[in-house]
Each structure stands twice: as structure tokens, then as C-alpha cells.
Design a protein around this ligand. Structure first.
Ligand code: SF4
Length: 236
């Protein structure tokens, strides 16, 4: 776990205040569900119980950028929508190559975003503030920590499904949870690398998307044990 370094750089004594010097970085959509994939938002705004847990722990909450918004064409992630309902059309036979190009582009953008986030973590360290963790999102192809998405399998679901049949239930149960696999998302991979390059390490927790979709409450900061991102020999 990263360690704060005291009051380096601050004027001594009189300006001491109530800050806890502990911060957690959270995936963007835990505070703003408007960036979720279509059909995946379960709240109008934030996932309140997760945020309440972090507040109760006395942590500052730093909202990470939504990497898919930045790489996939904005809030609606337009680039990812092009293959929806494409079976029978000219793009469908090209989907393997298009997916490879899409992943290449995604990794390129994620490297830049992860570099900035790692710089933010370094900034907190320099300020003597402990980054106690990062909370990613289970089953996300980008922000998954322990579980991610088989994007090829998910693409087959959304490409093969006619527009009139692609319901919210089909999206969540078949295209997302049905295509979930062990592993980490592409943004978490990029962040792991960028933290490691700076000699930083941060524990990573995973929000259980399946539980959220079922309407169940769960805690993010306790179990399972966090894995370490960055320069660490901790739990993998
Ligand atoms: S899981 Fe990550 S990429 Fe997906 S909506 Fe949330 S913040 Fe964005």
C-alpha cells in the first residue's frame, strides 16, 4: 500500500486542518452512471452505497476519467455502437479485423489516460497523501480488476441481435455478464504499467457489477483481498 510522506512542502503548524490524507480513486461511473454502456445504468446518478462506504471510511474520493468515453467516441461511445445489429450487413464479415483495429486504438488512448492518472497518484504521494486504493468495475473490458469482458463473444451477441430484440436484459445478461471472464480490463492493464514505471503501487478493488445489476448491496473495500497494481510483489 502506498504511504503518505507527512507534511512535505506545507507551511508548518498554523495551517493544520481536518484533511484525512487518504484518498481512493474510483471508476468514473460509480459517481456518474451517465457514462455506462446503454442498458447498464442502474441509478440516475451515483451508486450511492459504494460512495457512502467510502465516505464512512473517511476517504477523499477522486473520480477517474471514463476511459471508454475518451476512446470510444464520447458519452454515447458511438464508435462501439457501429457493429450493433450488423449481421447481414457489409461490416459483419469484417468484424474480426475491425475489432483488432478498435483494440489497437483503445490501447493507444488508454496508455495516455493511464499516464495522467499515474501522474496524479505521484502528485498525491508528493503531497503526503496516501492513495489507499483504486475501485474498478467487474466485467468491464476497460475497468475490470479481476473480471473483464470477452469482447469477441460480446460483439457476436450485439452484432447478431436485431435492433428489436436487443433489450436491456439481453445486453446485461448475455452481452455483458454472459461474456464475463477472469482477467483485467485494458485500462487497468495500462494503469498497472504506468504505475510500475513510476515505482508506485496501489491496491485495486473491484465493484461487483453483477450484484449491482441484481440490486444487491455489497462492500468494495474488504473482500476479496485487493490485488496490487504497479510496482509490487503483492497479491496478483
Ligand atoms: S467501467 Fe470504466 S469505462 Fe466503463 S463506464 Fe465505468 S468508468 Fe467508463
Amino acid at each position: 500500500m502506498s504511504r503518505g510522506r507527512g507534511q512535505a512542502g506545507l507551511p508548518p503548524g498554523l495551517l493544520c486542518d481536518e484533511r484525512g490524507r487518504r484518498v481512493v480513486l474510483v471508476s468514473h461511473c460509480l459517481l456518474n452512471q451517465n457514462t455506462r454502456y446503454a442498458g447498464g445504468a442502474t441509478r440516475s446518478g451515483a451508486v450511492a452505497e459504494v460512495i457512502e462506504e467510502l465516505i464512512a471510511a473517511g476517504l477523499g474520493i477522486h473520480q477517474l476519467p471514463c476511459p471508454e468515453r475518451l476512446a470510444w467516441g464520447g458519452v454515447l461511445k458511438r464508435h462501439s455502437l457501429r457493429m450493433y445489429h450488423s449481421r447481414g450487413g457489409p461490416l459483419y464479415p469484417l468484424r474480426g479485423g475491425l475489432l483488432r483495429a478498435f483494440l489497437w486504438w483503445t490501447r493507444l488512448i488508454y496508455r495516455r489516460v493511464a499516464r495522467r492518472v499515474a501522474a496524479d497518484v505521484a502528485d498525491y504521494h508528493r503531497a503526503g497523501i496516501e492513495v489507499v486504493g483504486i475501485v474498478g468495475i467487474g466485467a468491464s473490458p476497460s475497468c475490470g480488476v479481476r473480471t473483464t469482458l470477452d469482447m469477441r463473444a460480446s460483439l457476436d451477441v450485439v452484432a447478431g441481435c436485431p435492433a428489436t430484440a436487443l433489450t436491456r436484459d439481453v445486453m446485461n445478461q448475455r452481452a455483458v455478464l454472459g461474456c464475463r471472464r477472469d482477467g483485467e480490463g485494458l485500462f487497468i492493464t495500462a494503469l498497472d504499467r504506468q504505475l510500475g514505471r513510476r515505482g508506485l503501487s496501489v491496491p485495486a478493488f473491484e465493484h461487483d457489477l453483477a450484484a449491482e445489476l441484481r440490486g444487491e448491496r455489497h462492500t468494495v473495500l474488504v473482500t476479496p483481498a485487493p490485488r496490487m497494481l504497479g510496482n509490487s510483489t503483492g497479491f496478483r
